[in-house]
Design a binder for this molecule. Structure first.
Ligand code: ATP
Length: 236
């Protein structure tokens, strides 16, 4: 799945222009990271890809179709989003949360197989299947959020800060899962604060600086050759 963001401007209210002229693309099968400090505009860019905030100008296209077009359906196109707050229903069990991820699907047999696939990937979810989701740790909730997003068998997966506030061992697990999903052919846009790990794991990385401007992009080697990027990220 191809995502193309071209010269995007996004405004909140009448004053805050949170993204100013961002251009980036994610090609089919790629894992692309988007990094930058707090307030750089990363989450806003994700919301623009989901069509939750409209472009003031510029465009967001998925496989050649504009996401803010009324007829565009993220569900039908196979675009799944794991938001920063994870969006878990805390009054439901782990199993109910997972099933809810596939509630729009008609092929219930295939859905069961996909649930099984995610329980293999995240054994802790099998262990806590009947437990209230509010009782899960942050790391377990993040695993549930990713597993739930996978219930739609997405072709494009958007992950907003999936390792934020998690213990190092869980951060390792989440990065392993991200690599695994890419190997399975899922196209991924990953927003992260963990710049070093993201650059390492991604095919390409975009560096965003407030107010939502791309100041560099490329592979690890390409980024480290850019004085502006090195200065912004504070790398040695
Ligand atoms: P963080 O890592 O803190 O989430 P970010 O890079 O994701 O940061 P955004 O959340 O996209 O950045 O915010 C970009 C800018 O837009 C910031 O100046 C922020 O204060 C502003 N902003 C974000 N959401 C809103 C909103 N709903 N209304 C007004 N301003 C907003």
């Amino acid at each position: 799945m191809d995502l193309v963001i071209d010269d995007l401007y996004v405004q909140y209210g009448s004053s805050v222009m949170a993204v100013q002229g961002a251009s980036l693309n994610v090609r089919d099968g790629e894992l692309v990271a988007l990094i930058g400090q707090n307030g750089a505009g990363k989450s806003t860019l994700m919301k623009a890809v989901m069509g939750w905030v409209g472009p003031h100008s510029g465009s967001v296209m998925i496989d050649g179709a504009a996401v803010n077009d009324r007829k565009f359906s993220h569900l039908k196109r196979g675009v799944s989003f794991v938001p920063e707050d994870r969006g878990i229903f805390s009054s439901l069990t782990v199993g109910e949360n997972l099933r809810l991820g596939g509630v729009t699907r008609r092929d219930k047999k295939a859905l069961d197989a996909d649930i099984e696939r995610e329980l293999e990937r995240f054994p802790v979810l099998r262990k806590y299947w009947g437990r209230g989701a509010s009782l899960l740790s942050g790391g377990e909730q993040q695993q549930l959020a990713i597993a739930r997003a996978m219930m739609l068998n997405p072709r494009l997966l958007l992950l907003d800060e999936p390792t934020l506030g998690l213990a190092p061992i869980i951060v390792d697990l989440i990065f392993d899962v991200i690599e695994q999903l890419r190997a399975e052919g899922v196209t991924i846009l990953l927003v992260e604060q963990n710049a070093v790990r993201s650059i390492e794991v991604a095919d390409r990385t975009y560096v965003l600086q407030a107010p939502g401007r791309v100041i560099g992009s490329g592979t690890a080697a390409e980024l480290s050759a850019s004085p502006a990027v090195v200065e912004y990220l504070g790398f040695e």
